[in-house]
Design a protein around this ligand. Structure first.
Ligand code: GLV
Ligand code: MN
Ligand code: MN
Length: 415
């Protein structure tokens, strides 16, 4: 028996986590990568796979008002420790982003269920639509639970084919008018813990398999619409054009320049030209701009600079420009006392201490505003993610499972 009176632990099986991830990838990917885009049939298949993995465990599985799946392992005392991540992917995505954290949580739940009654309830959550790949709005389910989702703003969002978010989520049983009910899920929540791949190059460069995470950087995401005049590609003299694409292209270069100068990042990851044919000057171009920085002031400066550059570019090309917010979040630090637990566990397992900021967003971002939160990173091969080449050495994935397990045990005060 341990000091808590529970039978000795068997410990987590990292190989089982890797096997589940490979099976999930097999089920939900094609030759271009993972296709688990939220609010699609393939995503639902991934969620059914999760339910299969939970079968036989003493948990109750249900879906909340925002479409998040929960599996609760009831424990004694009061309070709930929440562990999880997301199963949705970007189109042509990788096998580990999100899925790694969910499968780590399954393994921890399985181990702890076998140890007998816990001192508190442990809840696994699989968040709905972390990526925002279809509507541009990240962290749907976790923001709803944390109470930070702006329903009026997301209701109007449309996907590339013009379908509105409100209609699409309703087909999956989520009704925007009832989203507030999802906030009840946090009653009694003591902590939120998430394991994830780094998605960047730092750990690999430093020869580290795992680390703690200090928090997530701030994000400004906008849709920018340039309007000029559609005209014939052959018959329109160069000095008579009002080319909306050229104004957008100049803005994209300014977004990069500003990000480099402020040591942030800025991306124009999507552009749509109208009419989008080679024989017409584009009369309209819509781009999506994503800017990130750990410092709120620097992020604000990057946004203002990009807006100014877009107005200058539009004027120079005889176009108009308008900006619409799609998504924003402030830099979000995690809870020091929990970050320390992850840092200590990682140091035990690697002999080195490291705490990284996350430049990728996570469901931990909104959660950190509502409950004490921390994350664990495992390395990413070549720093590549949101691509089918995404990978992590298997021994790092396994070490991450062990580290996550130890972290959860410490947070629920099992040893
Ligand atoms: C999601 O992966 C994001 O960082 O936006
Ligand atoms: Mn992710
Ligand atoms: Mn992602």
């Amino acid at each position: 028996m341990t000091s808590s009176g529970l039978p000795p632990e068997a410990g987590p099986d990292g190989a089982r986590v890797v096997t589940m991830l490979r099976e999930l990838a097999e089920l939900t990917s094609d030759e271009a990568g993972a296709q688990r885009v939220a609010w699609t049939g393939i995503w639902q298949r991934a969620r059914a796979f999760l339910r299969e993995q939970l079968q036989g465990l003493p948990v109750t599985v249900r879906t909340d008002a925002a479409g998040n799946q929960w599996a609760r392992l009831p424990g004694g005392g009061s309070g709930v420790v929440i562990i999880g991540s997301h199963l949705d992917s970007v189109p042509d995505g990788g096998w580990l982003d999100g899925a790694y954290g969910v499968m780590c949580a399954v393994e921890v739940l399985r181990c702890l269920a076998a140890r007998g009654p816990l001192p508190c309830t442990l809840a696994l959550v699989e968040w709905a639509d972390e990526e925002g790949a279809r509507f541009g709005h990240s962290l749907f389910g976790s923001s709803a639970v944390a109470g930070t989702l702006n329903v009026a703003e997301v209701r109007e969002l449309a996907d590339a084919s013009g379908l509105q978010l409100g209609d699409v989520v309703a087909e999956h049983g989520v009704h925007l008018d009832r989203l507030d009910e999802a906030r009840q899920e946090l009653l009694g929540a003591r902590a939120y813990l998430e394991a994830h791949i780094e998605q960047g190059p730092v750990l690999e460069r430093e020869g580290l398999p795992i680390s703690a995470v200090s928090g997530t950087v701030g994000v400004e995401r906008h849709r920018v619409i340039f309007r000029g005049q559609t005209a014939h590609s052959g018959a329109t003299p160069m000095d008579m054009r009002r080319d909306a694409f050229l104004a957008a292209a100049a803005t994209a270069l300014a977004v990069r320049e500003s990000a480099v100068r402020h040591r942030g990042v800025g991306t124009v990851g999507a552009a749509r030209l109208r009419p989008g044919i080679v024989t017409a000057v584009a009369g309209e171009t819509v781009i999506l701009v994503d800017q990130r920085h750990p410092d709120a002031g620097a992020l604000e400066a990057m946004l203002r600079e990009a807006q100014r550059a877009s107005e200058e570019a539009a004027t120079a090309e005889g176009c108009s420009v308008s900006w619409e917010p799609v998504f924003r979040t402030r830099p979000q630090p995690f809870a020091d006392e929990l970050v320390d637990v992850v840092r200590e566990v990682c140091a035990e397992l690697t002999g080195r201490e490291r705490v990284l900021p996350s430049w990728a967003l996570h469901d931990a971002t909104p959660m950190a505003g509502a409950v004490p939160t921390a994350m664990l990173f495992t390395s990413s091969a070549k720093g590549i993610s949101h691509a089918r080449e995404e990978d992590t050495p298997e021994e790092h994935l396994r070490l991450g499972v062990e580290a996550f397990y130890r972290t959860v045990c410490r947070v629920i005060e099992l040893d």
